[in-house]
Design a binder for this molecule. Structure first.
Ligand code: PHE
Length: 340
């Protein structure tokens, strides 16, 4: 038996199968159920007890060697066959990788930011989940003030002091509390209001709000800033008009219209034949707000404004349904990158 084992070992290590068939023959000869190695195991039963240990080890070694050899050869053949199967045709066109496009809201937000950055405005951001103080109280909304209802707030059920911010004015409160004037900043961000979703309104939308606080800031500064913005964004012939309005945090307050960028002011269905479309709210920061945020209203004045990015984007690109921004239809979303 010892001799047989030795002989097989020699044969096995000398063997080199050139193709699958030869390797399969090798397997059948040595490893298959009726092969040489299993039959040696059969003979092993008759081995004298004092030789068993030595023979057993030798037999196991032989089996492992044969199995290794078989595995090696099969692997090698597989590798080779892959090379031939994959005969690459380098002239084939490459796979098409579809490029994404920037979301229209990002495009519009970025160009608004860029215009105000040119005027020296910094960008401030804050949390989307806010407390009553930053979203309302510091902004001069007393607890029982009806203007709170105007904002259709989502409150956190377990804690009515916490809400999803209804505007990014909350960020401006944080800036006023933490920085000393002069302050010149815009706060872009997502806001939330409990509104029925329709073509014109959504419960999630985006704003850019702006704030300028310094000595001697006047309403004329506000108007000039907004005129500059409107012409940079909508075109140099754009006109603006301000209508008196009300916000708790500004006094006086106004809403601003631009001359309709679709019909140039002649009247069309976008501007409902008035020639004007509303784009933002604004005003002089109420002295109470300055004081609430630790700024001396005897020394400093300021203006603030806020606009909805969706509304501006709808006007710019003539989109008639706000829901399109949130549906992630690629055919819709891909149209805007080059339009800018
Ligand atoms: N915060 C107001 C809103 O969300 C917009 C606004 C900002 C109005 C600043 C005036 C001044 O409706």
């Amino acid at each position: 038996m010892k001799e047989k084992i030795q002989q097989f070992l020699k044969e096995i290590s000398a063997f080199s199968g050139e193709n699958k068939e030869e390797v399969e023959q090798f397997r059948i000869k040595y490893l298959s159920k009726k092969g040489l190695i299993p039959s040696l195991f059969g003979e092993f039963r008759a081995v004298a007890p004092e030789l068993r240990k030595e023979m057993g080890q030798a037999l196991n070694e032989l089996k492992i060697k044969a199995q290794d050899k078989f595995n090696q050869l099969t692997e090698k053949l597989d590798d080779n066959s892959q090379e031939t199967d994959n005969d690459l045709d380098l002239s084939l066109p490459v796979d098409f990788h579809e490029l994404g496009a920037r979301h229209p809201l990002s495009i519009v937000r970025n160009s608004i930011i860029e215009i105000f950055a040119r005027l020296g405005y910094t960008i401030s951001e804050g949390p989307e989940i806010e407390d009553d103080m930053h979203n309302f109280t510091a902004l001069n909304f007393p607890l029982d003030h009806p203007a709170r209802d105007m904002q259709d707030t989502f409150f956190i059920e377990k804690n009515p002091d916490i809400a999803l911010r209804t505007h990014t004015s909350s960020v401006q409160v944080r800036v006023m509390k933490n920085q000393k004037p002069p302050i010149r900043t815009i706060s872009p961000g997502r806001v939330f209001r409990n509104e029925a979703i329709s073509a014109r309104a959504h419960c999630i939308f985006h704003q850019v709000e702006g704030l300028y606080i310094n000595k001697n800031v006047s309403f004329a500064d506000l108007k000039q800033t907004l005129l500059y913005f409107s012409r940079e964004f909508f075109g140099e012939n754009t006109q603006i008009r301000l209508r008196p309005s009300y916000f708790p945090f500004t006094e006086p307050s106004a809403e601003m219209d631009i001359s309709c960028n679709i019909c140039g002011g002649k009247g069309c269905n976008i501007c409902k034949y008035t020639g004007w479309v509303e784009i933002l709210g604004c005003g002089m920061v109420d002295p109470n707000v300055l004081e609430n945020c630790g700024i001396d209203s005897e020394i400093y004045t300021g203006f603030a404004f806020g606009m909805g990015i969706e509304r501006i984007a709808m006007l710019k690109y003539q989109i008639n349904d706000i829901r399109l921004f949130f549906e992630n239809n690629k055919r819709f979303l891909k149209q805007f990158e080059s339009a800018n």
